[in-house]
Design a protein around this ligand. Structure first.
Ligand code: EPZ
Length: 422
């Protein structure tokens, strides 16, 4: 098993190129199932999750080529099956995103139930509520796999209210609805930038999706879709992670390939702590040059609120600023697994339900810690940058499945981090 060794590093300096967004490219790849023609997706991040999605699409009959670095040609003209194999689906929850496009294209789909993970049960009830509203019959096969079958006359547009603005459910229902007869309205839809990116890609294929980025999305079904080309939006969570690495080391970095609108809540909170965040011609400057930063409070919410995926890296920063901060997690039911690990490094964090109270300011010490999910792993890596001694992080596969070239990018900024084989 690989481990990361992190040692205290001076203030980070230099520039980092942000990759295409993991949470955009996965639904975009699933959407390539819909047309019977080739789709080209550019600025694809080099991630294990992308490899898994490539394997799943290939198992369904896709011919996938990589004509250039970070470019995928996905040709699904010869769709062989609408059953996503257990062996592949169990590797990644986002595989469930093939359900909607398979149902739309072939009239039925069978996918293994995506498991929960350390941050929560990760149910799929809202995805299935949408498929049912469109007329599909849902059949559970002894709690292992779920099948959706459209009626003989095909799916029919409907109005679906999401009890929670679920990102995955919004994406899956949008993809299921693009070939349905009539109009579909998704109410209380997720508003994340990745939803807008998917809607733009679907519309390039000839779909009629309106309102993405708001809480109500209208999809007018069309007969057929054609191939399209699309470039993935930059990864706002990767950007936020490097912004925090600069802040925690009181450094000064430049981020290239960032859409400032997508990181507004992160920028606002870093400014509250006293970090300068400025947009320049070259990209986004984050400047915390040796400043005494102040504490602040964060509460995670669906977009445009503060992103849950930045909660743990931001908490790492808060352990290093004097004063008390509160962190409230409202999106996932168990996303404080990194607290015990940060406390092993000398942090002083108490949990009360979905609230963590951080008493910051004490110097962190290196320790042996475990990455419990990819964002917690990133949080521990940036905490290690300012801890006395060496921090040894295990289960780093979590980090590498979600951050393209994490070690190289961090070292490029002057971080003392390396990967060892245990
Ligand atoms: C997406 O997960 C992201 N993953 C997550 O990123 C991100 O944290 C999350 O959205 C929230 O922004 C991808 O896009 C691949 P949700 P998703 O459905 O779609 C409940 C990362 O670190 N819910 O919006 O699974 C659910 O239990 C990952 O990159 C239901 O109750 O998130 C959770 O509490 C982690 N029923 C809440 O909604 C459902 O049918 C948010 O889940 C679906 C979800």
């Amino acid at each position: 098993m690989a481990k990361f060794l992190v040692q205290s590093s001076g203030p980070l300096n230099g520039e980092v190129l942000i990759s295409g967004a993991k949470n955009a490219v996965l639904p975009l790849m699933a959407a390539a199932i819909l047309p019977e023609e080739n789709c080209t997706i550019s600025d694809v991040p080099d991630l294990q999750d992308v490899t898994v999605m490539t394997e799943i699409l290939t198992s369904l009959g896709a011919v996938i080529e990589k004509p250039a670095p970070h470019v995928l040609d996905i040709d699904m003209s010869d769709l062989r099956t609408n059953v996503a194999e257990y062996e592949l689906v169990r590797k990644m929850r986002a595989s469930f995103l093939v359900m909607g496009p398979l149902l739309a294209r072939t009239g039925s789909a069978k996918v293994h139930m995506p498991g929960g993970c350390t941050i929560g049960a990760r149910p799929i009830d809202l995805h299935l509520k949408g498929f049912k509203a469109l007329g599909a019959e849902i059949i559970f096969k002894n709690d292992v796999s779920v099948e959706a079958i459209a009626p003989p006359e095909g799916l029919k547009g409907a109005t679906v209210y999401l009890d929670f603005p679920s990102v995955g459910a919004t994406e899956n229902i949008m993809m299921a609805a693009v070939l349905a007869k009539g109009s579909t309205y998704i109410e209380n839809a997720a508003e994340e930038p990745e939803i807008v990116d998917l809607a733009n890609f679907l519309n390039k294929m000839g779909a009629k999706v309106k309102g993405a980025g708001t809480d109500t999305i209208k999809i007018d079904g069309v007969e057929k879709l054609h191939g399209a080309e699309h470039t993935v939006i930059p990864d706002r969570i990767e950007a936020g992670t490097y912004m925090l690495a600069a802040a925690i080391t009181r450094g000064e970095i430049l981020l290239r390939n960032v859409l400032p609108d997508h990181i507004k809540p992160i920028t606002a909170k870093l400014r509250e702590c006293g970090v300068t965040v400025e947009l320049g011609d070259e990209g986004l400057y984050v400047v915390a040059d040796r400043r005494e930063l102040t504490s602040t409070d964060i509460k995670t919410l669906p977009y445009p609120g503060f992103p849950t995926d930045i909660q743990s890296p931001f908490m790492a920063l808060l352990t290093t600023v004097t004063g008390s901060s509160t962190v409230i997690e409202t999106v996932f039911e168990n996303r404080f697994m990194h607290v015990a690990e940060l406390n092993r490094m000398g942090a002083n964090i108490k949990i009360e339900g979905n609230k963590a109270i951080v008493q910051g300011g004490k110097k962190l010490e290196g320790a042996q810690v475990i990455a419990t999910d990819l964002r917690a792993g990133a949080a521990l890596a940036i905490a290690g940058l300012v801890a006395e001694g060496t921090t040894e992080i295990s289960q780093t596969y979590h980090i590498e499945r979600g951050y393209d070239s994490f070690i190289e990018k961090m070292r490029g900024l002057g971080a003392n981090i390396l990967k060892i084989r245990d």
